[in-house]
Design a binder for this molecule. Structure first.
Ligand code: F6P
Length: 393
């Protein structure tokens, strides 16, 4: 990571700012929603009360003595954050630790009956089972008649806009490039992305997934297309080792999404067959590396993960949180070149992201001015703009 006195690390301690509102309002709301969604017992309710108090008015507390990941969190900076207000430590760290503590409170890491019960599962399932998902899967039936490049581009945009989570994704027979999402793209390096994945090549694609449900489904469709058309010989899908940021995808969510696709009809079911057989013969693998839930930027990744990314033809990072971790959770001047912030990365890397936080790099001066003139700062967090950025090396 370059020396960056001009790009301060984002904290959540400024009342009225977006990061502050996440800590002060969104986290308490998540505790409320999780509490309402499960018939938890008194111990879990007490632990949720304690977490609510700690994260809004208290300080960061150490993990319990028997926590299985105590050593890991020590390496990830817990000793330096303990005893400080959740608002005064890096925002990325604070958010990440909140989810770790929430899982503790509901018994995910315990040895009891609630071990491994995902507190966010009802929300993820509801999205996957929604009628909109049926409609999006039915739209796939218009793709098979199109030239490969158009199908590839439509599926790329499906995966990109799938990151807009609550607004769903767009996938149309005409391809997305000529339609509404295109003017919302603040950077579009898709040509460089396709140049790294030519048909009939031997590429290994690593896709670092973000959300489950209506983002993961189009991510899987994109992978299916790349494998079926020989744009990738092998794909590795990185998911989270435990539930995180409410909707982030775990292995269980991959299984749910594959079942959803397999139960559909038409083209969706065909994509499911491609994925199912690619998993069976090892062309598609799922990884749940502990660092996927680390409260740190990818510049601090461990050696085994670095080696894995180094061996890939292209690593694609999906979503806003992964973008923050890829370029560093800092207030970069928006025209800072993307490749400057990813210079540490060991191979070609791409970001597919809708903008949902204040971190941004790689804009042209003209694009930045147009966005500021039209929306002041809103474009940074509204999720209505997106980017495809590539550092091909
Ligand atoms: O699902 P995504 O695209 O990673 O977005 C999650 C986003 O949620 C927030 O953390 C707020 O909680 C964003 O700022 C963050 O990056």
């Amino acid at each position: 990571m370059p020396d960056t006195p001009f790009a301060p690390v984002i904290l959540g301690n400024e009342p009225g700012s977006f990061p502050h509102s996440v800590l002060a309002e969104r986290h308490p709301a998540i505790i409320r929603q999780v509490r309402d969604a499960f018939p938890y017992g008194p111990g879990q309710h007490r632990a949720l009360d304690d977490l609510l108090k700690s994260c809004t008015q208290g300080t960061v507390e150490p993990l319990p003595d028997d926590a299985p990941d105590r050593d890991r969190w020590r390496e990830w900076g817990l000793p330096g954050c303990s005893g400080r207000s959740w608002y005064d430590v890096p925002w990325l760290w604070s958010e990440s630790y909140f989810y770790r503590r929430l899982l503790d409170a509901v018994g995910w890491f315990g040895t009891g009956a609630w071990q491994g019960i995902d507190p966010f599962r009802p929300f993820k399932r509801a999205e996957l089972d929604a009628q909109e998902t049926d409609e999006e899967l039915a739209a796939l039936d218009a793709l098979p008649g199109l030239p490969e490049e158009e199908r590839a581009q439509a599926l790329l945009h499906g995966s990109l806009w799938g990151n807009r989570a609550d607004l769903g994704f767009r996938l149309s027979a005409e391809g997305a490039e000529a339609r509404e999402p295109a003017p919302s793209l603040v950077a579009d390096d898709s040509a460089a992305l396709w140049a790294l994945l030519p048909p009939g090549g031997t590429a290994t694609l690593v896709l670092v997934a973000d959300n489950a449900g209506r983002e993961l489904v189009p991510d899987l469709l994109l992978i299916a297309h790349l494998l079926a058309e020989g744009r990738a010989a092998r794909a590795v899908l990185h998911v989270k080792p435990y539930p995180y940021y409410v909707s982030d995808a775990t292995t269980a969510d991959v299984v749910d999404a594959l079942h959803r696709l397999r139960a559909a009809s038409g083209a969706a079911a065909e994509y499911a067959r491609v994925l199912w057989s690619a998993m069976a013969d090892g062309r598609l693998t799922v990884r749940a590396h502990p660092f996927s839930c680390a409260p740190l930027p990818y510049a601090e990744m461990p050696d085994d993960l670095r080696a894995e990314f180094a061996a890939a033809t292209l690593t694609v990072f999906k979503g806003d949180l992964n973008y923050r971790r890829l370029v560093g959770d800092r207030l970069w001047p928006p025209t800072t070149p993307f490749r400057e912030t990813t210079a540490y990365f060991p191979g070609p890397v791409a970001a597919l992201r809708t903008l949902k936080s204040e971190v941004i790099t790689g804009l042209s001066a003209a694009t930045e001015s147009a966005l500021v003139a039209a929306e002041a700062r809103r474009w940074r967090t509204s999720g209505t703009h997106a980017l495809i950025q590539v550092d091909a090396r």
